[in-house]
Ligand binder design. Structure first.
Ligand code: GLU
Length: 450
């Protein structure tokens, strides 16, 4: 069964880049009728906060990205301990004592010699006596995973194609801190094994992590930690950048709260993020099943995906124009019914603007001052107004025949007299909502005959 996961660290709110990763994993799972796991990566106790866990759940719920299972790394420490022991027994983990400053100096020296800043494995050279001395001092080691340099690491990436890494060009990763806490690298691989994750889709900032994790998977299987299965399929998507094409700070803080405040519909975010950076057209598609069915990693490009807030606004308007009354009823002003929603919907960029247009129906409205000729025309309109299924068509046809007016001269004074505005929703839909008596009163008032 296809199983994907979204694995945020609860050290902050979700931003648009995270939302995109969550969405794509959700779509992969839903498309295959598989499972989507929300995995809370909370091994960093100092920086993880419960309020962020709750905010992550709330944001995913608002976006409609339901998950089938929730897992928490903090509840799985026993498994990491077991994996650690298995790797240690297999000789794939070794203790190191360098301080952060010492490592920094090493890196600077390497860089100044034009060498890549790869960990030199000095800790592997420590003698028994040196280890003993460290222990006697009470210095706790941190732990590195010993990469196997024998063969290149390769995988067929769902987006990037054939990938090949020389493990000798990577540092043996620190997987456990001196205080016993876990870094990201090993727990994630252990979880992907235990949770039967079949597809790992994440940002391309994780490409070199994947190289390392492939070795961790393989080492865990070889150590008998879990029955050997296939590795998950990996895919890394190009990162999201701002409109200027640069990694933008703003995107890092743009999340569901900001979208909600600006009146952006979840479906607009979904429609944009589902296809941004792919060869498929970004369109205001409200049918999520359709979006999901068309989701295809093969359509993803390698270039960074440009997130443009103006595109999002345009898409939002396109989505709002399609939203059914039931989807928005709870957010509309009292008294606004389905007919009212349908009348104003095409004029909205955001649902909240419905209230302003609805105010034209409920009144009071302030018509402009008219020239005498228009006043006479409006007085004629007040008299000509009859009520039927389509009073607007009846009124304008009658006035056209009676006065010879057409186009703007025919329609604009009527619109202004009836709504106080030069533009707005289709009068054919608005007039029945205004009602016969009120409409006649507005026309008479504008004509100065009321
Ligand atoms: N917690 C990691 C992150 O947010 C998860 C990465 C992954 O998908 O493995 O970057």
């Amino acid at each position: 069964m296809t199983t994907t996961r979204f694995a945020p660290s609860p050290t902050g709110r979700l931003h648009v880049g995270n939302i995109r990763t969550a969405l794509h994993n959700w779509m992969l799972a839903r498309q295959a009728g598989g499972a989507f796991i929300l995995r809370i990566d909370d091994t960093d106790a100092a920086r993880s906060r419960e309020e962020y866990v709750e905010a992550i759940r709330a944001d995913l719920t608002w976006l409609g990205l339901t998950w089938d299972r929730e897992e928490r790394q903090s509840a799985r420490l026993d498994r990491y301990e077991a994996a650690f022991e298995a790797l240690r027994t297999a000789g794939r983990i070794y203790p190191c004592y360098e301080t952060a400053q010492e490592l920094d100096v090493k890196r600077k020296i390497q860089l100044s010699r034009g060498l890549p800043p790869i960990y030199d494995r000095a800790a592997l050279q420590l003698s028994e006596a040196e280890h003993g001395a460290k222990e006697a001092e009470g210095t706790q080691p941190h732990w590195r995973f010993l990469l196997d340099h024998a063969e290149p690491i390769q995988w067929d990436d769902g987006i990037r194609g054939a990938q090949k890494f020389d493990p000798a060009q990577l540092s043996d990763p620190v997987i456990r801190r001196a205080d016993g806490s876990w870094l990201y690298m090993m727990p994630s691989a252990v979880d992907d094994i235990d949770m039967g994750v079949t597809q790992v889709l994440r940002g391309e900032d994780h490409v070199s992590n994947t190289a390392v994790q492939i070795q961790i998977f393989t080492a865990l299987y070889a150590a008998g930690f879990a029955a050997a299965k296939n590795l998950p399929a990996f895919a890394h998507e190009a990162l999201l950048v701002g409109r200027e094409g640069k990694l933008s700070k703003r995107l890092g803080s743009l999340g569901c709260d900001a979208f909600r405040e600006r009146g952006i519909e979840p479906e607009a975010i979904i429609a944009l993020l589902a296809r941004l950076g792919t060869s498929q057209p970004v369109e205001p598609i409200t049918d999520r099943a359709m979006l999901t069915a068309s989701f295809d990693l093969a359509t993803f490009g390698r270039a960074p995906a440009k997130f443009d807030e103006e595109d999002l606004e345009r898409l939002n308007a396109g989505i709002v124009h399609q939203l059914p009354f039931e989807a928005v009823a709870a957010r509309l002003t009292d008294g606004m019914d389905a007919a009212g929603w349908h009348a104003v919907r095409p004029n909205l960029a955001h649902v909240a603007e419905a209230a302003e247009w609805w105010g034209l129906v409920t009144g009071p409205i302030t018509p402009p001052a008219f020239e005498d000729e228009d006043k006479a025309f409006l007085a004629q309109a007040a008299t000509a107004l009859t009520w039927s299924d389509n009073p607007w068509a009846a009124l304008t046809t009658a006035l056209k025949d009676a006065t010879g007016r057409k186009g703007r001269a025919l329609f604009l004074p009527l619109r202004q007299a009836l709504t106080g505005m030069d533009h707005g929703p289709d009068m054919g839909e608005l007039l029945p909502l205004i009602g016969e008596n009120e409409a006649r009163a507005r026309l008479a008032k504008a004509a100065g005959t009321a």
